[in-house]
Design a protein around this ligand. Structure first.
Ligand SMILES: NC(=O)c1ccc[n+]([C@@H]2O[C@H](COP(=O)([O-])OP(=O)(O)OC[C@H]3O[C@@H](n4cnc5c(N)ncnc54)[C@H](O)[C@@H]3O)[C@@H](O)[C@H]2O)c1
Length: 382
């Protein structure tokens, strides 16, 4: 193996997701490919307390700052991972792109459609910048198997697709409010902006683009403790079900249901996808993270088969194939996909969510808001 290219990263936003990437960098030796290697070179958070875990975990980190311009102005840094609240996406992503740094952004890639358009317009003016949006669940081995079944046409005529993402921590009505429940910071999309891209990544990449949408949106808990002894309004959508019509490339239409719920009893980060086809059907849920469930049609009786997959990801790693794969492995795989695509120009494995796909996502979510407001079926116009 020759000298591997190093990509020097800065992280802006050192919360939940910023730490996940840093941890993935720290165990890059886990992977056995010969793609580029990320090097953590700078971190930024306006809250200095958030910097401590990074300075403790990465002694000698060259740049530690509360001003992201310090990362953008540094010739030591090639790429940025930006994991900040949604109201900051437009300004910071555009600044990153204009600084000529590659970008892994976070969902929803702009707080609303106007912000997303501004980010995409800035990208169009800076074609040398490689940008993608984070979405890790397709990298579970059982989901990779699922994707290969779709690509091989094994389902036959697609009858129905269901994908979703369910959380339950908001079922605790005494849980204090945070920025993800505040419209000015999280955005009008609410749970759809937080969780929607996770449900859309595989359908969009497979060419299953919603043509129309009917949205059922719920605001269930309208006030929450403010964490200071009082209460605060909680005005974001808690739950959303999008009923979509999709034109299949083979010339027929099928229904697709995309659910994003912050209030789904008992669910903890439960992401799922299910496809019903005329020849075969399949389902996957992170509740059963090693299992690819499938059913082959044609018999009088229709048993579901369960295929358990061990650690067999797209980018090979040191873990034995009989062992289990988990959330932090999916983050590592997503980052390997990002770096391999940055290096090779095309994704040698299932590629990360693209800026054009974020445009589709915003078209869908904007139409969903209109649908709920007007109690109408809306066209999705990208
Ligand atoms: N891919 C996923 O699975 C996943 C999961 C959770 C969140 N997210 C996304 O990641 C992003 C961040 O979410 P999170 O859960 O990590 O949030 P978080 O609240 O845990 O972290 C955000 C951090 O950004 C910092 N910050 C705020 N303004 C800043 C600024 N101007 N400069 C630098 N830092 C600033 C905050 O101090 C905070 O530490 C959001 O877009 C969210 O939708 C993705």
């Amino acid at each position: 193996m020759g000298e591997r290219r190093k990509v020097h990263f800065g992280i802006i936003g050192l919360g939940l997701m910023g730490r996940e990437f840093a941890s993935a960098i720290a165990r890059w030796c886990h992977l056995l490919d010969n793609g580029p290697v990320p090097v953590l070179t700078g971190v930024c958070d306006t809250n200095p307390k958030m910097q401590t875990w990074f300075t403790d975990s990465f002694p000698g980190l060259p740049i530690v700052t509360s001003s992201y311009e310090d990362l953008l102005g540094s010739s030591q840094i090639d790429a940025i991972y930006c994991a900040v609240p949604h109201n900051l996406h437009e300004k910071i992503y555009c600044d990153v792109i204009r600084a000529g740094k590659h970008l892994m952004g976070e969902k929803p890639f702009g707080i609303n459609r106007a912000a997303n358009s501004a980010i995409l317009a800035t990208l169009a003016k800076n074609p040398g910048v490689f940008a993608r949006c984070s979405s890790e669940f397709p990298y579970f081995p059982a989901v990779q198997k699922f994707i290969s079944w779709i690509r091989e046409g094994r389902f036959g005529r697609v009858m129905e697709v269901r994908a979703g993402f369910h959380h339950s921590s908001d079922m605790d009505v005494n849980k204090p409010i945070n920025w993800k429940r505040v419209i000015d910071i999280c955005g009008e999309y609410g749970c759809m902006g937080d969780l929607g891209i996770h449900t859309q990544h595989i359908p969009f990449r497979m060419g299953w683009i919603p043509k129309t949408v009917y949205a059922s949106l719920s605001k269930i808990v309208t006030t929450r403790p403010d964490g200071k002894g009082g209460t605060a309004p909680c005005l974001t959508w808690d739950n959303a079900t999008l009923s979509c019509a999709v034109d299949h490339a083979d010339g027929y239409e099928f229904p697709m249901y995309l659910e994003t719920k912050r209030m789904a009893p008992g669910m903890t980060n439960s992401w799922y996808i299910e496809v019903d086809g005329l020849n075969a059907s399949a389902k996957f849920s992170t509740r059963d993270p090693k299992s690819f469930f499938y059913l082959l049609s044609g018999e009088k009786e229709q048993p579901w088969c369960r295929l358990d997959l061990g650690y067999t990801p797209a980018v090979p790693g040191i873990t034995g194939s009989i062992f289990e794969f988990g959330f932090s492995d999916s983050i590592l795989q997503m980052w390997a996909a990002f770096l391999l695509e940055l290096e090779k120009g095309t994704p040698p494995v299932f590629g990360c969510f693209t800026p054009e796909e974020t445009r589709l996502s915003h078209a869908l979510l904007s139409a969903a808001l209109d649908s709920h407001r007007n109690r109408s079926v809306e066209m999705v116009r990208a």
